[in-house]
Write a protein that binds this ligand. Sequence first.
Ligand code: DAK
Length: 258
Amino acid sequence: MPPVTLKIDRHGPVTLIRLDRPKALNALNAELLRELAEALGEADRDPTVRVIVLTGSDRAFAAGADIREMAGMTYPEIFRINLYADDTGRIRATRKPLIAAVAGYCLGGGCELAMMADFIIAADTARFGQPEITLGVIPGMGGTQRLTRLIGRAKSMEMHLTGRLMDAAEAERAGLVARVVPAAELIADALGTAEAIAQKSQIAVFAAKEAVHQADEMSLSAGVLNERRLFQSLFGTEDQKEGMNAFLEKRPPVYRDR
Ligand code: DAK
């Protein structure tokens, strides 16, 4: 069954997934998160896909989790069904590089979803926030943790306590996004970035992604040791020989993911 909340296109080695609930500004409901987890799992399993770009519309990447879906739930119910937890775990476990290309509103669960990607490229129209406090709740998909790690405690705390939004320029200064581009160029820029990653050795790409994410989980010394072991392990690949020999021979490398 094709997804009803997503639009999925292929651009060579890149899968472009668009959140597609326009009437609700792409609010994330259980169906969307399940379909997204499945689409990312399929892209991960497909050997012809090398990088994934996740985007929304010009108006909203996603304006949060679906307030309509949650509003009437009780604590026993939301606890028992563990709402959204399995699917966000599957989304977070995506092994291939995942770029969030964000335009317009990127709020609440939408901001949390964007932060689950490996990095964010923002249009100059993007607005980020964790406004859950204005609804009498707090984030529940990692917002208090990931935003704090990305932009530091002072700014994260201010955003969580006031619910204020941050524009793209501030998000770039604060370290939430890798780059800001004109809105009209967002998808082309994200696809170009994805294409550049797709040309690299996939083994080195997996190692780099794993090592960077470990920075959130490990002490500095354990993280540096882990990085060194990953670095050393890459000398067991043909791609390391190809990459270094190609440099010395002044030619572009041809990686075979071996
Ligand atoms: N949920 C449901 N519908 C939404 C929505 C949302 N988050 N955001 C917008 N919509 C709907 C609006 O209700 C409206 O629908 P109709 O009235 O036309 O039927 C339509 O999208 C267009 O929105 P507006 O008419 O409001 O458009 P405006 O341009 O005037 O305003 C806005 C845009 C983004 C400023 C405004 O829509 C807004 O403030 N939206 C809510 C933003 C928000 O508070 N987001 C945080 C949601 S709470 C969990 C983990 C995490 C979470 C929950 C559970 N578990 C682990 C269980 C996360 C929670 C959240 O994200």
